[in-house]
Write a protein that binds this ligand. Structure first.
Ligand SMILES: Nc1nc2c(ncn2[C@@H]2O[C@H](COP(=O)(O)OP(=O)(O)O)[C@@H](O)[C@H]2O)c(=O)[nH]1
Ligand SMILES: [Mg+2]
Length: 202
């Protein structure tokens, strides 16, 4: 049984000042639309109905808050990087992220989910910058690992490590096969208990 068997949806927030209870500790999960963010969240929490997953990219433009246990939350941030998004939607996304990262005192870590076939890209750097401005730890999941062969996996990891250059830990992950799920749970736990190494620490 999952230690998060009591995980529950708290709320969807679409505007500054509406994120709710800011006590305790919170880890946010970010990624391009369709990267596999919600699937990763469900797999990590071992609750497959928790965060909605969708085949239609770019639908969720809200910050979705979940309680894992009292005083510990995981937050599904709205996806980004989807082509053909109107400027007004992009601006709304940026305003929402600006408020989220400015407001949340409980925020202690960021999980960035990237499709392993695409890698950690320019739009992910935007999220990295938000985390960096707050001095919080970042952990990168290269997901859909089940779609890669062994050589592609080695290459994807090497490329991501080069791009990240020691700024964050990176691992392979698959919500489909379960690969990397326990490592990701460990990273989440480390962040939530304040034991994650923050980039810049000795
Ligand atoms: N093969 C495979 N497909 C995945 C994996 N994770 C997510 N997907 C699929 O990718 C699509 C987008 O997933 P979703 O979790 O909704 O992405 P989000 O938009 O980032 O929240 C869905 O069709 C999922 O079934 C994975 O680990 N392996
Ligand atoms: Mg999603």
């Amino acid at each position: 049984m999952s230690r998060y068997s009591k995980a529950r949806f708290l709320k969807s927030a679409m505007a500054a000042g509406s994120f709710g209870d800011d006590s305790g500790y919170e880890v946010a999960i970010a990624g391009r639309s369709n990267s596999g963010k919600s699937s990763a969240l469900n797999a990590i929490v071992r609750n497959h109905g928790l965060a909605r997953t969708s085949r239609t990219p770019g639908r969720t433009q809200a910050v979705n808050m979940f309680e894992l246990e009292p005083g510990r939350r995981i937050v599904d941030l709205p996806g980004y990087g989807h082509a053909n998004v109107p400027a007004a939607v992009r601006d709304a996304w940026a305003r929402l992220m600006d408020s989220y990262f400015a407001e949340r005192r409980s925020l202690v870590g960021l999980l960035i989910v990237a499709d392993a076939r695409r890698g950690f890209g320019a739009s992910d750097e935007t999220m990295f910058a938000y985390a960096d401005a707050r001095g919080i730890a970042v952990h990168v999941l290269l997901t859909k690992a089940d779609k890669l062969g062994r050589n592609e996996t080695t290459q994807a990891l090497a490329t991501a490590r080069r791009v990240l250059a020691g700024r964050a830990a990176v691992q392979m992950f698959s919500a489909e096969s379960g690969e990397g799920v326990s490592a990701a749970q460990g990273a989440l736990e480390a962040m939530l208990s304040g034991h994650a190494k923050v980039p810049g620490d000795p």
